[in-house]
Design a protein around this ligand. Structure first.
Ligand SMILES: [Zn+2]
Length: 220
């Protein structure tokens, strides 16, 4: 997300405290909106509050289920036709903008994913690739499938997320030697960690059309 957009969103005079929830969950402003670039590629997940700020400031337009885009006034005028998930503003209301598109942001999401501990955990969804259990990150470590002592590379294709117990059981051996089954062959992720996170958080049906890539639908 561009710093310019963040800064502009922070300096707008839209008073989010004026937005109170009318017929909705009190945490609605803290719930999530999907942010698209001008080409409708997903680039970010933000709070509904910030999405409203950007919409009000003219930095973004709300996107509806028919891929139509709306400025702030236009979006507010949709509220009568949309009975659920309304944000109540002073004197008006508007549907929650679950998807917004930035008007001044052309960059495409970065495709290359850096090989880091954090990103391996994200790729493997914090799940030990030997026992299949999910752990908090401080209870995980990285395991070389082919041990380094055997020439195994520190690469996307040879490093997986492992719990401490499985890591100890496997020791300096290959999965075959130690009798531990590797759940799946590790590969370089096709998506950035952001997309993994977005897909994982994709609890809103409004997001689904935008979280697919080259015909592959990532969520069902
Ligand atoms: Zn394990």
């Amino acid at each position: 997300m561009s710093g310019a957009c963040e800064a502009a969103a922070d300096t707008t005079d839209w008073d989010s405290s004026a937005a109170t929830e009318r017929r909705s969950d009190p945490s609605l402003l803290q719930s999530k909106s999907l942010v698209l670039n001008r080409s409708f590629l997903p680039i970010h997940v933000t709070s509904v509050r910030r999405a409203c700020v950007m919409l009000y400031a003219g930095l973004a337009r709300a996107v509806d289920e028919e891929y139509q885009t709306f400025d702030f006034a236009g979006w507010c005028s949709k509220s009568d036709a949309t009975p659920c998930e309304q944000l109540g503003l002073i004197g008006r209301s508007m549907p929650v903008p679950r998807v917004i598109t930035l008007l001044f942001y052309d960059r495409v999401p970065r495709r290359h994913v850096r090989f880091t501990r954090h990103n391996v955990y994200s790729r493997d969804r914090d799940t030990c690739q030997y026992c299949g259990k999910r752990f908090p990150r401080h209870q995980l470590n990285l395991d070389h499938v082919i041990p380094r002592s055997r020439g195994g590379a520190s690469s996307w294709e040879n490093v997986v997320c492992s719990c401490h117990a499985c890591n100890r059981r496997k020791g300096g051996y290959t999965p075959e030697e130690s009798g531990i089954r590797l759940l799946r062959r590790p590969v370089r992720p096709a998506w950035t960690p952001f997309m993994n996170e977005a897909v994982r958080q994709a609890r809103y049906r409004e997001w689904h059309p935008f979280l697919s890539f080259e015909g592959e639908v990532l969520i069902s």
